[in-house]
Design a binder for this molecule. Structure first.
Ligand code: NAI
Length: 260
């Protein structure tokens, strides 16, 4: 076998990764990819059958995973699930805060306040709760990683989705703050900002509308696939990704750089 000339590991084998919203879209792609790479995956999401389906897929492919039903707005349940994850898989090394849904409301809608609070309850508050609940685990890991899935809406703004945009900007701020707070413990905290991706959230949009939007707005002139995001999440989780923290990384086909 040829000797490697570099020092840092590109393996997540046997690391425990905790993923929210892992039954669909990008979360599912992340769960599958981490399992392919030998990690022990805690698959969490709404709906027992949806969670079991992803766990079964991973087992069928020879990977290690265990599933939990978890609504990320339920803080007691977060604590219970994390306790069970530690028993089943071990202490958590890597957190992927991925769960989400769209939250749009016009400014003069009577529902605006309700949608606003729901957006923050799902898209932002659980991220800090999960990280805080895992601090002991992360501090004792030699490869502690937090990866938050924000959005290009965390950097820019489209019309009609103010609660979503504000919450995703909050994810960016939380990421930077946690990176600063936890750097002393060697814990890295980064955010990914996906652009338009083919997932559950976007499946209601007709294909021709997707195509028109992507051609107009992205440099690559197409929607992305969940696996294209999952690989960047995995990259941030590698032991070798040890000197990147507080970074806000668009994975958006060039949407945020395009201005023509
Ligand atoms: P998806 O709908 O395929 O997956 C989202 C998952 O989150 C679902 O399985 C859903 O059950 C789960 N979820 C929703 N509310 C939850 C709750 N209260 N507790 C636990 N799980 C919950 O959508 P996608 O796109 O894979 O979403 C993943 C993340 O990516 C979200 O944070 C979303 O905001 C973000 N995102 C998506 C983009 C896209 O174009 N699809 C673009 C930018 C960001």
């Amino acid at each position: 076998m040829t000797e490697r000339l570099s020092q840092l590991s590109r393996s997540v084998a046997d690391r425990v990764v905790f993923i929210t919203g892992a039954a669909s879209g990008m979360g599912r792609a992340e769960a599958r990819l981490f399992a392919d790479e030998g990690a022990k995956v805690a698959v969490t999401d709404l709906g027992a059958a949806r969670v079991a389906a992803v766990v079964d897929e991973i087992h069928a492919a020879g990977g290690t995973a265990h599933g939990w039903v978890l609504d990320v707005t339920d803080n007691d349940r977060i604590q219970t699930v994390l306790d069970e994850v530690r028993v089943e898989l071990g202490p958590v090394d890597i957190i992927v805060n991925n769960a989400g849904a769209s939250f749009g409301a016009s400014l003069d809608s009577p529902d605006f306040d309700d949608v606003w609070h729901a957006a923050f309850d799902v898209l932002l508050t659980p991220h800090q709760r999960i990280v805080r609940a895992c601090l002991d685990d992360l501090r004792s890991s030699d490869c502690a990683r937090v990866i938050n899935i924000a959005s290009t809406e965390g950097i820019t703004a489209q019309r009609g989705v103010t609660p979503y945009t504000a919450a995703k900007h909050g994810v960016v701020g939380l990421t930077r703050s946690l990176a600063v707070m936890l750097g002393v413990d060697g814990i890295t905290v980064n955010a990914i900002c996906p652009g338009p991706i083919h997932t559950g959230i976007t499946e209601q949009i007709p294909d021709d509308m997707k195509d028109t939007y992507a051609r107009r707005r992205t440099a690559l002139r197409r929607y992305g696939d969940p696996e294209e995001v999952a690989h960047i999440v995995l990259s941030l989780a590698l032991p070798a990704a040890s000197y990147i923290t507080g970074a806000i990384i668009p994975v958006d086909g060039g949407l945020t750089c395009k201005n023509d």
